[in-house]
Design a protein around this ligand. Structure first.
Ligand SMILES: *Cc1c(COP(=O)(O)O)cnc(C)c1O
Length: 380
């Protein structure tokens, strides 16, 4: 397929000027065949049914329930509304124990829902919330735990459930990175009370904008389902308070086509992820991701943790000089947000200063990973 020159990737041409090349971003959205998308949209035009639980949304919801083995899954318009609905459905209020190492939405949604975030530091190996720190952070005002399966690595789910059971707490997992992961023989979404997903265009599976909530049981699932639809229970009755969390047919159409290609996407990302690991695994100044034992991983991200921030900045400059744009995921540590009060989370702050996510997406040019790895190695 011919592309205009400004869309030519840097690895495809030698000696091209900056104006002619498209930078390599940290992630590139998987785009299905445009004709197939148009065909699905033709059906939307014919039906004149654009939103409010249309057939594409309902079908996608059913396909995702099956694909993820999650019977009480409900699709939503984004992953942040998913968190807000999860917080409301679990009646989280007052103090909620949160991870400082995540995307800002994890913590901002809790604050938005009038919870007081109490930060528990992370485990330096897996980068997920440290159960011992969670236990120390519990007070008589604690109502729940909000933790992220960061970079697709499961939290210490067994230990967290044990703590929650002993203290009568609910667990909400931010599963924005964890699409398709299985842990200890079960879908990752089977752990905790509610798990949220994000289907944003930067994520492994996407619907342009979108998300989902998954409940551990049908009763909680029912609560999630009316909460996403203004609290409606039939056209003229209300079950309780709700919000507009509905996905549209245009977003669901994208979801269907991306889901059709999911096996290809997963395979392609795995190849690039393993190529990075093989190319960078021997460098002592770099720590690679430690996927928790017992995980069927989804190759969602390729973060590298440098021994010093100075080295990170040096390597980032070297990559930028070659039109490669890694991202500082996640920086800054969320315990430094201007609207929270927290004791310093030393581990999270230290990791946040030294972590960089390298470009990873489906259908990367085969020469790209060795090229990026070479720049990283030379730039150390
Ligand atoms: C992307 C992301 C979100 C937000 O999801 P949106 O769909 O963009 O609202 C929340 N938490 C984490 C960890 C994320 O990476």
């Amino acid at each position: 397929m011919e592309r205009p020159s400004h869309l030519i990737d840097t690895h495809e041409v030698v000696g091209a000027s900056a104006a002619e090349v498209r930078p390599i971003p940290v992630t590139r959205t998987f785009l299905p065949d445009l004709a197939a998308y148009t065909e699905l949209m033709r059906g939307v035009w014919e039906r004149g049914w654009l939103t409010n639980h249309g057939p594409l949304v309902k079908d996608l919801e059913n396909r995702l329930r099956e694909y993820l083995n999650a019977p009480d899954l409900f699709v939503l318009n984004n992953g942040t509304v998913a968190l807000q609905i999860g917080i409301k459905a679990l009646d989280l209020r007052d103090e909620v124990i949160v991870t400082p190492f995540s995307y800002v939405a994890t913590v901002s949604s809790a604050v938005w829902e009038n919870c007081t975030p109490v930060f528990a530091d992370i485990d330096p190996v897996h980068l997920t919330i440290d159960p011992k720190a969670v236990e120390r952070a519990i007070t008589p005002r604690t109502t729940g735990i909000l933790a992220t399966h960061v970079f697709g690595v499961p939290c210490a789910t067994e230990e967290l459930q044990d703590i929650a059971d002993r203290h009568g707490l609910r667990i909400l997992y931010d599963g924005a990175h964890v699409f398709g992961v299985r842990y200890l023989g079960k879908p990752i979404t089977a752990y905790g009370d509610v798990t949220t997903l994000s289907f944003h265009a930067t994520k492994l599976f996407h619907t342009i904008e979108g998300g989902a909530v998954i409940a551990r049981n049908a009763e909680l699932g029912h609560k999630l389902s009316y909460m996403r639809n203004f609290g409606h229970n039939g056209p003229e009755a209300f079950q309780g308070i709700g919000i507009n969390g509905k996905m549209s047919e245009a977003h669901a159409a994208m979801g269907h086509l991306v889901l059709d290609s999911m096996d290809h996407i997963a395979r392609s990302r795995k190849i690039s992820w393993e190529a990075y690991r093989d190319a960078l695994g021997d460098i002592t100044a770099l720590e690679l991701l430690h996927v928790r034992e017992g995980t069927d991983y989804n190759h969602a991200y390729f973060p590298v943790v440098f021994d010093t921030e100075a080295r990170l900045l040096k390597v980032r400059e070297a990559l930028r000089a070659e039109h490669i744009e890694p991202r500082r995921y996640f920086y800054p540590s969320l315990d430094t947000l201007p609207y929270v009060v927290s004791e310093a989370c030393a581990v999270s702050r230290s990791i946040a200063q030294r972590v960089l996510c390298l470009p990873l997406f489906a259908d990367m040019h085969p020469e790209l990973v060795p090229r990026i790895a070479g720049i990283v190695r030379a730039g150390l």
